[in-house]
Design a protein around this ligand. Structure first.
Ligand code: GTP
Length: 237
């Protein structure tokens, strides 16, 4: 089977790397995800990854802390995840480049759009760390921003614990209905919590298609790139 995309942004939540442990990084889980990314990259798909940091720190949930400080800590969490992902991928022979939205030159390249695109053209997997570099913005928003900047065809939003977008929380409502497809405006109008409104609006305004799918099932990253109809497909109209 042939891949249906040429250039993708894969958004991995931090929790996706934690496996069943819930926090930190689970080596078996990150190894499994890296294997799927390697497969997709070797199919000739240009892969850029935006990684979250919730397995280390959630900026928004630290109620007693200054929000900006807390978000900065969250960004540092994403850098740890980016380095772990780079390590797992390079261990398998996949050439990667980590670019950070916050300058930390001893650790990672700075984010430079044209350089990121060049890396992708050369078949390297590019991992974007530190979100957008701004507090008050989620890593989902960073994924939307980077996808627009590098002209990715799609954002693949890999979620832990859920396999698509539902009309209510499937963990608490057994009758929750899963959407096969959806418009961005529906996410905003129905208040669906799959992505924050900033990220949703950015995708909507720039017509970036999104596929929300579960990361827990092995091979889902590969299947979605091969065009299998899994998860929920979100489009502008
Ligand atoms: P090309 O110019 O396309 O060949 O890309 P390249 O990434 O191979 O070349 P470059 O000389 O830019 O980088 C060589 C190595 O140094 C790569 O592993 C980069 O990720 C790394 N690197 C480049 N710039 C920086 C930086 O500012 N900080 C850190 N920590 N590493 C960097």
């Amino acid at each position: 089977m042939e891949p249906v995309f040429k250039r993708i942004v894969l958004k991995l939540s931090g929790e996706a790397l934690a496996g069943d442990k819930g926090t930190g990084i689970d080596s078996e889980t990150i190894g499994r995800i890296a294997t799927e990314i390697k497969y997709v990259s070797e199919l000739g798909v240009e892969v850029a990854i935006v990684v979250g940091g919730g397995n280390f720190w959630r900026g928004m949930s630290a109620k007693d802390m200054d929000r900006t400080t807390s978000d900065h800590m969250g960004m540092l969490g994403t850098v740890m995840n980016a380095l772990a992902l780079q390590d797992a991928l390079e261990d398998m022979g996949v050439i990667t480049r980590v670019q950070s939205a916050i300058d930390m030159k001893q650790i990672a390249e700075p984010y430079i759009r044209r350089k990121a695109v060049r890396h992708l053209e050369k078949g390297r997997v590019v991992i974007f760390a530190a979100g957008s570099g701004n507090p008050y913005f989620s890593t989902d928003t960073a994924a939307a921003l980077r996808a627009a900047e590098i002209e990715a065809e799609v954002i693949l939003l890999a979620k832990k614990g859920v396999d698509g977008v539902y009309d209510s929380d499937p963990k608490t409502n057994l009758n929750a209905k899963k959407f096969d497809s959806l418009k961005y405006i529906d996410i905003l109008n129905l208040g669906l919590g799959i992505m924050d409104s900033t990220a949703t609006s950015l995708c909507m305004d720039n017509s970036i298609p999104l596929i929300v799918f579960g990361i827990d099932k092995p091979n889902n990253i590969i299947d979605v790139v091969l065009g299998e109809k899994i998860g929920t497909h979100v489009k502008e109209d």
